[in-house]
Design a binder for this molecule. Sequence first.
Ligand code: ASP
Length: 344
Amino acid sequence: MTEQRKHIYIAYTGGTIGMAKTAQGYQPVAGFLEQKLRSLPEFTRADMPQFTVHEYQPLLDSSDMTPAHWQMIAADILANYSRYDGFVVLHGTDTMAYTASALSFMLPDLGKPVIVTGSQIPLAEMRSDGHDNLLNALYIAANYPLAEVGLFFHHQLLRGNRASKTDAKGFNAFTSPNCEPLLNVGIDVQPRLPPLRPLHPNTPSFQPVSPKAIAVLTLYPGLDFSLAEHWLAQPLDGLILQTFGAGNAPQQPQLLNALKAAHQRGVVLVNHTQCARGGVNMGGYAGGHALRDCGLVSAGDMTLEATLTKLHVLLSRTGAPAQIIASTRTLMEKSLCGELTATE
Ligand code: ASP
């Protein structure tokens, strides 16, 4: 008996990969990407999976993406979940790592592959990286036991909530600074990390998002602390403080008092390092200790994209506000779906 050909759902949200040259420059043109794909024989070979393209309207540049779009993509995957073997999300590269992270927290016990990909040069152009990225994403979604959200780019499948866009020009646009790739794709497809969980047919749970006031405040030498005070006095749900090194901040009463007051008001304060590699350790220096004393919780070695989307998803849960705040503070420091390296 021959194995049935797999069927992959492509959620095409926009981005460079599907753009066409128009009189106004590159822009997404309705129907163009699918037409192009169907004309390329390698995408329709018998040993490739079948695919269905769902083109979003309007097609978006990913700089325009908001949490409402994460919700739309997650709901779309869920609505089609039982009918397909895997999902590929075509997305602009600029905020791809945010969407991949958000999807991982919104669909926390996924049992099928979801692979987010795109390209730096449109698929229709010479030397496009879109061809390789999409072909591999489809192939992996059909053939590898990936029960989580991955991000495929330039010969690597990265864990979605570990990836960051780190190169605006090169084909190797994404890195995963604190976690091995899931797969390296060369002559062979080499698994590098053990699977997060086995594939399973059950419908995953869905954690929707709602609008949340989250700020990101970057520390730098010379920051006027009255500016930080103004930020922290806003009606915030959460604030990510981008600190120095292993999670340190200047020990200035004006800053520390403003943080403490925000914490006491119920704002979830998260300490995230500005360093791409390594993570926060508030037990090391006095500058870190002081932040722990003000109520900050640690982002560990999460990317900014994972920290922000995780905070947003956790704060979007429904229930008694005090309980949501307390459990968000606890869960930010725990690995929910591989997004951080446990330190104890
Ligand atoms: N600005 C585009 C986007 O993120 C860039 C890309 O797709 O590579 O949608």
